[in-house]
Design a protein around this ligand. Structure first.
Ligand SMILES: [Zn+2]
Ligand SMILES: [Zn+2]
Length: 597
């Protein structure tokens, strides 16, 4: 038996203890399996008595733990095991599989059935006993229940699950538990879950009127309300301006294409998220699931010289992917996603310069959006499997050493993934941790030596010969929709000034100050700020509450004094003090809140 970690043993032991407790409550319960999962464990049952209060089960588990029971393992024959589990049909089924295939893993069994694998011969099975409870199990337990921290686990939910995940099988009751090494870890985790729920972009997206998913329009097809559309525009404008500053040129491409394009690119054969085609004038047309082939054709539409390279083209454009409806979620898994897509066509000797430029941009983007914790994963080829990759080994080695050198010189934290490169080239993925320490992948920089050949892209080199350029696929935000989902959760809806759909709330104290408020509105609007006047229909404190609920970062209150002196009283989100400011100083102050790059 392989040695497992302490927490694994605790979680696994708790699964046994849970089953033991359930049998005490419901002696006729039938047991499925009880594996360890991330942060805890579960056990599947068919119950005779419904379980309503998980606390009662927890209490019973604690009672068992307090009895300081040993976990005793034993090897027995199949015959003996069948006797022990004679009232447990699912355990008997597992025993049958063990005997026949040497495993209970369903995927392994399938492989054996398909003759991809040979069955293992198993003579004996292991059982573990704790108290009066015996389970069929390979182990990884504590030695005695006293090693299980009594206050660091919690049963959190009951759900339905089919035996072995197959809907033709009986439905079972799955009880989930969390388990950690100590009470503090459990509490921290519960706090994190609570915080994540509060920050869930689907919840905040609704509350802050950012986006809607409308049944008549379809799942995975979010629509953006004015505030959401403004957010999109800020993010997309930012990335467009940044790219243009770094020498990228915009192009534009249509969203549908003839089938022919995807025959050349290979998507027809290999890509399974294509929407079914439309038929127009005896020709099949497809919605684009990615943009690369369109870019390739545009490159190919003219003769290119080595002097034209690098060509850096960018387009913020929507692609359509037929994801299963069960996999769609909010803005992070959608069927229509807008990529800040870019393709660079370059010569071999330009790789370093181009990647360097991209890394500079990525760092600017991450810092500006407040993603301070990020790292890079460099995916390289596995030299022992040369036949897997296309392109010259020399180019691979050179490109990979450049990628590694650059992540180092940019002082990025990084990991190298050997064998993780695509067959057509190495890549760098950028991962970042949000405030809840969850990891997200955003940017990708992918070198490609395949598509240029497939599309027969060429340039005329110095020596007059035709050569294939290399292509770099690159997206910094990934997709606008997913990026916004992440941003909403990262900030919990409290966007910094420059990202806030409404940046400034103006609150005239009474009707007498409305004209001054309107004057301020015009002046600030002229400076391109996004403002809303909260008219004096309610008390000032009620309106401050409403502006804060809308998460507007800057609130200006104006009354007699301000009107007379041409000033404002500024109240900022999260700060107690109120500053009186002259209008010119206020504008200067707001302008300085907008990041420059
Ligand atoms: Zn076990
Ligand atoms: Zn691409």
């Amino acid at each position: 038996m392989e040695k497992k970690s302490k927490i694994y043993n605790i979680r696994h032991s708790l699964a046994h203890i849970l089953a033991y407790a359930i049998l005490k409550i419901d002696p006729e319960a039938k047991l499925g399996i009880g594996p360890v999962i991330e942060n805890g464990f579960f056990y599947d049952f068919i119950l005779k008595k419904p379980i309503n209060e998980l606390e009662k089960v927890e209490d019973l588990m604690r009672e068992i733990i307090r009895q300081k029971l040993d976990f005793k393992g034993k090897k027995i024959t199949f015959q003996e095991a069948k006797k022990i589990f004679k009232d447990q049909p699912f355990k008997l089924e597992l025993l049958e599989d063990l005997k026949k295939y040497g495993t209970t893993d369903f995927n392994e069994i399938l492989k054996i059935k398909n003759k991809e694998k040979k069955p293992k011969k198993v003579e004996k099975v292991t059982i573990y006993q704790v108290g009066e409870f015996i389970d069929l199990c390979r182990g990884g337990h504590v030695k005695n229940t006293k090693e299980v921290p009594i206050d660091a686990f919690k049963l959190v939910s009951i759900s339905g699950a089919y035996w072995r995940g197959n809907e033709k099988n009986p439905q079972m009751t799955r009880i989930y538990g969390l388990a950690f090494l100590n009470k503090k870890e459990l509490e921290d985790y519960l706090e994190k879950i609570k915080e994540a729920k509060e920050r869930d972009h689907r919840k905040l997206g609704e509350e802050l009127e950012i986006f809607k998913i409308i049944d008549e329009i379809g799942p995975g097809l979010p629509l953006f309300l004015p505030k959401g559309a403004i957010l999109r525009r800020i993010v997309e404008n930012f990335i467009t301006e940044l790219q243009e500053k770094f020498g990228y040129e915009p192009i534009w491409i249509p969203h549908i294409t003839k089938r022919k394009l995807y025959e050349i690119s290979g998507h027809i054969e290999k890509y399974d998220a294509l929407f079914p085609p439309l038929k127009l004038e005896d020709e099949e047309y497809y919605l684009k699931p990615m943009n690369c082939p369109h870019f390739m054709m545009l490159y190919k539409s003219q003769i290119r010289s080595y002097k034209d390279l690098p060509i850096r083209w960018t387009c913020t454009t929507t692609v359509y992917r037929y994801e299963k409806s069960g996999e769609l979620s909010g803005l992070t898994r959608v069927r229509a996603l807008t990529q800040d897509d870019c393709h660079i066509f370059l010569r071999e000797d330009q790789i370093e310069e181009e990647i360097d430029l991209i890394l500079k941009m990525i760092k600017i983007v991450y810092k500006t959006f407040g993603f301070n914790e990020f790292w890079a994963r460099v995916s390289v080829h596995d030299p022992s499997m040369k036949e897997k990759y296309i392109g010259e080994p020399k180019v691979w080695r050179k490109a990979e050493s450049i990628l590694k050198k650059l992540v180092k010189s940019h002082n990025l934290k990084y990991k190298i993934g050997i064998g993780e490169a695509a067959f057509y080239g190495p890549k760098i993925d950028f991962m970042f941790k949000d405030v809840l320490k969850r990891e997200w992948q955003l940017s990708t920089v992918q070198l490609d030596m395949n598509l240029p050949k497939r599309f027969n892209l060429t340039y005329i080199d110095k020596d007059g010969k035709e050569k294939n350029p290399i292509v770099i696929h690159r997206a910094i935000l990934g997709s606008t929709e997913r990026f916004l989902g992440i941003l909403i959760e990262h900030y919990g809806g409290n966007f910094p000034f420059w990202l806030s759909p409404i940046q400034i709330a103006i609150l005239p104290i009474s009707e007498n100050h409305l004209d001054y408020a309107k004057k301020l509105f015009e002046i600030l609007k002229e400076k391109k700020f996004r403002i809303k006047i909260f008219e004096p229909k309610e008390t000032v404190s009620k309106r401050i509450f409403l502006a804060e609920k809308e998460k507007i970062p800057e609130i200006l209150v104006v009354g007699d004094k301000e009107k007379k002196e041409g000033t404002v009283s500024l109240r900022e989100k999260g700060k107690k003090e109120i500053k009186e400011m002259k209008l010119d100083d206020l504008i200067e102050y707001f302008l300085n809140l907008i990041p420059k790059f």
